[in-house]
Design a protein. Sequence first.
Length: 89
Amino acid sequence: MTEIAPTPAFRKAFKRKVRGNKNLELRFRDRVAIFQQNPFDPRLKTHRLAGQLQGLWSFSIDYDVRVVFSFDEPHRVLFVDVGTHEEVY
């Protein structure tokens, strides 16, 4: 199982963009559970980022909501940001 370590920036973005939206919170928890079992599950649409975010990865929570993360260790990831495509890219 993959261990998740949220950065302070991720926590702040999560509070602003996800917390309080019941549907999005449930979707987030569901996707994170899938992610912990297999970060490359096809339902997540996990992909490597390019440009200014080179070295980071992203997976989908909802149609336009993404989590940006990096692999810290083989079974540990850092959640860096969460938001819409325009906000995090």
